[in-house]
Design a protein around this ligand. Structure first.
Ligand SMILES: Cc1cc2nc3c(=O)[nH]c(=O)nc-3n(C[C@H](O)[C@H](O)[C@H](O)COP(=O)(O)O)c2cc1C
Length: 316
């Protein structure tokens, strides 16, 4: 066990050895990153969004750099649930990092069929439902409609005893209402947030850089203040654990999320800049904890009478 003890119990059997996870879609299924870093030291790997059928995703260009971040319109490129269940999951069972499979779909039936096929496999610790997906039935994202999100989560809850995390979309008027709906429907935790809708214009061709609708998902440090606000709103709205994600580049950023009310965090875009970013976040939190002489993670961001009393300034 690391000292200080950084483990986080997210409920229903999902215990992260530490609060630093890799965000969905920024580390694939872990196989490439494993060759570069010691993946097993991290708290969790959230896989690429997995769909019922394999998807090639959108044709390139599907990523674009912007000041302080990036836009992506990958289009859920993934090998499909059967490949994940039969080929990847047995590999995951040999790893010590908990793997959480991110699941996406266009209809409730898609999501449920994915879960049913994954339920027959071992080797992963739970699900992260990506509800920022267009609902085939009404064209709206599940994540934009609290009632639709609640119905999806209730149906998913009935299918699995594994941990069920729900990834919230920030592209909504009231993220707290969606968080409450999925909590009531049986979610064990929520992760916040997915990417923000953004656009980059190419002045030369007088058109958006990304094809199709021209929009993409905005991520990276540019979204951190927005995402922190969303995490604080969600924290105030629900009792279940909240996993914070958006623009975390270093341990100080991670600490800010913990102070805002997150129980754990995910590192996404930073991994594209530096494959070891998440490990450096973890090491930074460990160093801060050791320096402060705390024995539990909570003492780092929730100062107690027994801690140094200087909890908010521990990252100095
Ligand atoms: C290239 C790319 C692909 C992504 N794919 C997914 C995905 O498949 N499912 C999902 O829930 N989130 C996906 N995300 C969103 C991230 O998991 C994360 O929520 C978001 O990027 C904000 O965190 P960051 O600023 O640290 O990257 C993706 C993000 C990027 C940059």
């Amino acid at each position: 066990m690391n000292f200080p003890d950084l483990s986080v119990d997210l409920g229903r059997g999902l215990i992260l050895p530490n609060p630093v996870g890799l965000a969905s879609g920024t580390a694939g299924y872990g196989f490439e990153l494993r060759q570069l870093i010691d993946l097993d030291r991290l708290g969790a790997l959230f896989t690429k969004g997995t769909t019922l059928h394999p998807r090639e995703g959108n044709p390139p260009p599907r990523v674009a750099e912007v000041r302080g971040g990036m836009l992506n319109a990958i289009g859920l490129h993934n090998p499909g649930v059967d490949h994940v269940a039969s080929t990847y999951a047995p590999e995951f069972s040999r790893w010590s990092i908990p793997v959480v499979v991110n699941v996406a779909g266009g209809s409730v039936e898609d999501y449920l069929e994915c879960l049913d096929r994954l339920e027959r496999a071992e080797g992963f610790a739970g699900y992260e439902l990506n509800i920022s997906c267009p609902n085939i039935a009404n064209g709206l994202d599940f994540g934009r409609d609290p009632a639709a999100a609640g119905r999806l989560v209730a149906a998913a809850r009935a299918r699995t005893g594994r941990h069920l995390m729900v990834k919230l979309s920030p592209n909504v008027t009231d993220i707290a209402a969606v968080a409450r709906a999925v909590e009531e429907a049986g979610a064990d935790s929520v992760s916040a947030v997915n990417t923000y809708v953004g656009m980059k214009i190419h002045r030369g061709i007088r058109a958006p850089v990304l094809p199709g609708r021209g929009t993409g998902g905005l991520s990276g440090p540019v979204i951190k203040p927005l995402a922190l606000a969303a995490v604080a709103q969600v924290r105030a709205a629900v009792r279940i654990p909240v996993v914070g994600v958006g623009g975390i580049m270093d341990a100080d950023d991670a600490l800010e999320y913990l102070i805002a009310g997150a129980d754990a965090i995910q590192v996404g875009t930073a991994t594209f800049v530096n494959p070891a970013a998440a490990l450096e976040v973890l090491d930074g939190l460990l160093t801060a904890g050791e320096r402060a002489g705390v024995s539990r993670l909570e003492e780092l961001h929730h100062p107690t009478p027994s801690s140094s009393g200087d909890g908010l300034a521990l990252s100095r």
